[in-house]
Design a binder for this molecule. Sequence first.
Ligand code: PAP
Length: 341
Amino acid sequence: MATANAPSVVGPVPFTDVCGARPGPVPPPNDHDDDDASAAALPGDARLRLRWYQGTWVPRVCVPGVVAIRQGSFAPRRGDVVLASPHKCGTTWLKALAFATMARGAYPPAGAGHPLLRLNPHDCVPFMEMLFADSSAGSRKMGALPSPRLMATHMHHAILPASISNNPDCKIVYICRNPKDMLVSLWHFGRRVQPDLAFSDVFEHACEGVSFSGPIWDHVLGYWNASKESPETVLFLRYEEILLDPAGNVRRLARFVGQPLSPAEEAAGVAEDIARLCSFEALRGLEVNTAAGSGSLLFPNGAYFRRGQAGDWANHMTPEMARRLDAVMEEKLRGSGLSFA
Ligand code: PAP
């Protein structure tokens, strides 16, 4: 339920409009561990800058935020929507789609003044792990946002606090992607700070479960099972399905968050407008999202828009590598009803 002192403006509103710069910190461009005690105490993989936390691989810069969130720094409100995803599976796209869908009353998607025309999607929807790296600042900033609030996380379902995972007032929208394309995207992104990062290394580690958001099979299974158990609070989306039918998935999203498109909106083509506004071509072409445009993070805004297609794995993996990862996934997902074949 909305708290008495919640702002009167209706959300979601762009995070940076209310709270200033997108929350840092950024990964340091060297191979030394950061000095945060909560991260340094955990076993890790220095090369990939990961920490093993509660059975999940977490980027070491995110450990303090994850710990703070799990310790109760995040105070939920009725109507909160959490966008969850493994890394490089379409988070930027989902942030744009969810923001445009949920804020369409205040910001018509075909309007010239839409926030997504001047802000990167990561400036509209904050990452919880980054925000709560400083837990008091995180609490204050989240508290300043009007309801309904939109936020994002790469945390596994298993390590979400109960205030999110076991809260009928909080909805989770999950997006995943063919793990082969995820790894290719991850490698391209990682090479921005580690130019000598070999794709074969990223691949070998991932097959052993060691990757950003790894083990990847546990990440997808956690949310898959939750969506089966509680379809009214967890929506499970796939990047490839949205590529095939963006407007259809906007409608799905709108229904799920309790804001179905009205007949008048349908007649006006609102779902198509949102899909167009958030398309790869439209967002990538904006000045704010060019390589030069940058928020407060190490990565320029352009880094979040590379190719935006399915199947790029075939340009990076041998057929043998593809078969191997497919086989690992199949074995790990067996019996779940979920498959990436
Ligand atoms: P993150 O984990 O750093 O937040 P995330 O947004 O999840 O990254 O994934 C980035 C991928 O989504 C990139 O895929 P690629 O490397 O295979 O190209 C990026 O191009 C893609 N992407 C970003 N925005 C869109 C969009 N609007 N439509 C489709 N794909 C998109």
